[in-house]
Design a protein around this ligand. Structure first.
Ligand code: UDP
Ligand code: MG
Length: 153
């Protein structure tokens, strides 16, 4: 099964939406494999947002991500990386479809509730960036049969 990284951004912590967003992933049927609260550093954020380093908003985005601690989660499921990205919706909350997390909770391109890994390669790198191996738990779901058919897993 795939594992993917989700960060509940400072806007989500400040607005008291953490439980609501975690609830969405739980209801979808993803397994929570790891979760912690972290106050990110500019150094870690420079790595994490390296693909934006030429953009005018690079520093602004990094600064916004360390106005308070964030919640970092690892969610697992079949095709979890794509599924979670689709649940997050388009980057700009004003363009994200209703029914997606950003579409339902955000009016902003920057303050857009969650970060979600965008590919298997990125997920692997990001999970290593934010979690020690010992912080990812591979406990079984005892009722996996109620989430998937036999031939799906
Ligand atoms: N961002 C922004 N302005 C932009 C593009 C991105 O403030 O024009 C912020 C936004 O918070 C976004 C993050 O930078 O989530 C990372 O950008 P990316 O293009 O990777 O979007 P994502 O993968 O989060 O949808
Ligand atoms: Mg991205």
């Amino acid at each position: 099964m795939e594992k993917t990284l989700v960060i509940l951004k400072p806007c989500t912590v400040q607005r008291g939406l953490m439980g609501e967003i975690i609830n969405r992933f739980e209801r979808k049927g993803l397994r929570l494999a790891g979760m912690k609260m972290v106050w990110l550093s500019d150094e870690t954020l420079s790595e994490h947002y390296a693909h934006l380093k030429e953009k005018s908003f690079f520093q602004r985005v990094k600064d916004a991500m360390r106005t308070c601690p964030v919640v970092i989660c690892c969610w697992e499921g079949l095709e979890a990386i794509r599924v979670v990205r689709e649940m997050a919706g388009k980057t700009n909350g004003r363009n994200a479809a209703p029914g997606t997390i950003r579409g339902d909770y955000s009016m902003s391109v920057q303050e857009n509730i969650v970060h979600a890994s965008d590919s298997p390669e990125t997920a692997e790198i990001e999970l290593k960036r934010f979690f020690d191996e010992s912080e990812i738990y591979d406990y079984p779901l005892n009722n996996l049969w109620s989430f998937y058919a036999n031939d799906e897993i």
